[in-house]
Design a protein around this ligand. Structure first.
Ligand code: DGP
Length: 115
């Protein structure tokens, strides 16, 4: 999608620190990390966010949660210590980029609820 920053990152038009990539997904370090490990896992195909899901999105969302997130956690050695997966949705949910992304946060103790 034109003017979508994460589409541009997915297309390697804008540089990022990629930690994982396959045909459907790219994962890269957050520009403004909130934890020692802060990675954004993003479908390459543009999806606005959770409210825009259609049934076919189950495949890529399932891939992110079942395959990619735990793989990156192992790769970055936070699998055993623990980590948090977050999807901010809409204005009050704190979503600032309208391209679906799953935050993977770890490397420190998390507090609850998030502020
Ligand atoms: P959210 O607030 O849930 O929409 O998270 C958006 C995140 O995206 C935020 O933590 C900062 C990050 N971000 C925004 N622009 C860029 C960028 O150009 N590169 C990278 N690596 N991260 C970005």
């Amino acid at each position: 999608m034109a003017d979508c920053i994460f589409c541009k990152i997915a297309g390697h038009e804008i540089p990022s620190e990629v930690v994982y990539e396959d045909d459907a997904v790219i994962a890269f370090r957050d520009l403004n990390p909130q934890a020692p490990v802060h990675v954004l896992i993003v479908p390459k195909r543009h999806i606005d966010g959770v409210n825009a899901f259609v049934p076919a999105d189950k495949v890529v969302v399932g891939h992110i949660l079942v395959d990619v997130a735990p793989k990156i956690a192992r790769q970055l050695e936070i699998s055993e210590s623990g980590y948090r997966l977050v999807i901010n949705t809409g204005k009050q949910g704190g979503q600032t980029v309208d391209h679906l992304h799953v935050h993977l946060l770890g490397g420190r103790d998390m507090t609850w609820p998030p502020g």
